[in-house]
Design a protein around this ligand. Structure first.
Ligand code: HEM
Length: 443
């Protein structure tokens, strides 16, 4: 494949992106979902692999919550269905809702063959889960509850004593909690997932842009976490002028400081245009923090809002710095436009290995994994599992990496930090498929 820069992102995986993908404005999570209906061949119902299904009678009974199915009506949910269920029961249930064979080819090169990497690994993970201790789940719960406690304590103390140092501590706990709470919104509806909304970000929006887009078509032209940052930050390898390449060095810190505010403003603007379509009553959880600060802090409303805003900026900086430099961006990581491993029979699990790197400082610490998007490969492959449980799955993962002659790339945090800036500057597509053994050869 050519390694010449292209002027606009193209999918070397053959994925047709939603029409608004290339508009400088207008792409939102809801527009993405609506336009997917035109490209996914789901014929107004739900598509799983090459079958069309009607889950209308099942939506309200879905054990994972109705939101996952209401959001995705009219789209291809193959990757979402595979990644979110480890037990075999959902697949057995599918038959009941089958309508007909789909008329078109899937708009995705990813496969889930029974003897392929992902399904083979999933089978063994299913077995491993039977003997796994429950303690890691409880430890994660304890950790996030403690983070929430300190967030509230320091936020109230920051207004009470009007102390910016305490405000910074509160902001750090907000950043930690927002990353850790992401552990919870991938699963069935639960109360702890609402901790995420203290950041002004919204679970519904993140279930779309993160769980249903980024997690499933990672680093592709269809990954909303990438496309919503364009044209400011351009992670896909395309021709960029010096302004865009070097400008990103300055833009990243600014985006970090305003990340929470940008997300909130974008959602409110969209809600205004759509008569509140994307708002939920549960969004009011975001107000619990400033209300507590006002009632217990003893300062005026304006002063309280000022300090709350300060805490949000610190939390935003923390969250975005961790998120942007966690796992996915480095010149050696596959980004759509590079030569892929395959463009038509591409095991979805392998696509995840190609699209990320693990950080060695984070592996092995439950706290760091929970607060730094750690054990990211296993998290992408099995997003409904608690982050604390993932470390128990490394032996099974390792066995299957060897069986399929692939590797998990483990680098340092500095490598992914630097690598993400190098990726923003990269204009030339990689002419060769990802070399997963390169890093193990080095060590
Ligand atoms: C967009 C597609 C879907 C998503 C994102 C999704 C997501 C989820 C989630 C997050 C859970 C809870 C897992 C946990 O917390 O451990 C779950 C459970 C479950 N889902 Fe889905 N689901 C989808 C489609 C379906 C469909 C189409 C069926 C049935 C045909 C189904 C059947 C089940 C069942 C039976 C469970 C209970 C747990 C189990 O037995 O594995 N889901 N789902």
């Amino acid at each position: 494949m050519s390694s010449k820069p292209v002027s606009a992102p193209v999918s070397t995986l053959g994925i047709k992106p939603p029409a608004s993908r290339f508009k400088s404005s207008g792409l939102t999570v809801d527009v993405w979902l609506e336009e997917k209906q035109d490209t996914d061949g789901a014929e107004g119902l739900w598509r799983v692999h090459d079958g069309i299904y009607d889950f209308s009678d099942f939506v309200s009974e879905h054990p994972g919550g109705s939101e996952w199915l209401t959001l995705t009506k009219g789209t291809d949910i193959s990757e979402a269905f595979e990644a979110h269920h480890i037990s075999q029961y959902p697949e057995q249930l599918l038959k009941k809702y089958f309508v007909r064979e789909a008329n078109t080819k899937r708009n995705s090169p990813f496969t889930f063959k029974e003897d392929g990497f992902y399904r083979t690994l999933k089978k063994e993970v299913r077995e491993a889960l039977k003997t796994m201790p429950k303690q890691p789940w409880n430890t994660s719960n304890f950790m996030v509850d403690t983070m929430a406690f300190f967030l509230f304590l320091f936020s109230v103390l920051a207004v009470r004593h009007w102390n910016y140092f305490i405000g910074i501590l509160a902001g750090i706990f907000l950043g930690l909690l927002s990353v850790a709470a992401h552990n919870y919104f991938h699963r069935r509806d639960n109360l702890r997932m609402y901790y995420f909304q203290f950041s002004l970000m919204q679970i519904r929006e993140w279930r779309i842009l993160h769980a249903l887009s980024h997690h499933l078509h990672t680093n592709t032209i269809d990954d909303l976490e990438i496309s919503l940052l364009e044209p400011l930050l351009q992670y896909l390898p395309t021709a960029k002028g010096p302004k865009q390449r070097y400008g990103s060095l300055f833009l990243v810190p600014i985006i970090c400081i305003f990340h929470f505010h940008i997300q909130f403003s974008r959602r409110m603007y969209d809600a205004y245009k759509r008569n509140g379509y994307n708002l939920k009553i549960t969004d009011l959880t975001a107000a619990i923090l400033p209300i507590s600060m006002y009632i217990l802090g003893g300062q005026s409303l304006l002063a309280t809002l000022w300090m709350w805003n300060f805490i949000l900026h610190v939390g935003s900086c923390h969250f975005a710095l961790v998120a942007l430099h966690a796992a996915h961006h480095h010149p050696d990581i596959f980004h759509d436009g590079d030569t892929p491993r395959s463009d038509e029979n591409y095991d979805w699990g392998l696509s995840q290995l190609d699209a990320l790197m693990e950080r060695k400082e984070i592996i092995g610490s439950h706290f760091l994994v929970l607060t730094n998007f750690g054990d990211h490969c296993l998290h992408h492959l099995f997003p409904t599992l608690d982050h604390g449980a993932l470390e128990f799955l490394y032996p099974v993962l390792q066995k299957n990496l060897e069986k399929f002659d692939v590797d998990l790339r483990v680098v340092s945090q500095w490598d992914t930090f630097l690598g993400s800036f190098q990726q923003l500057m990269r204009v030339t597509p990689n002419p060769n498929p990802p070399d997963l053994k390169k890093y193990s050869k080095k060590n």
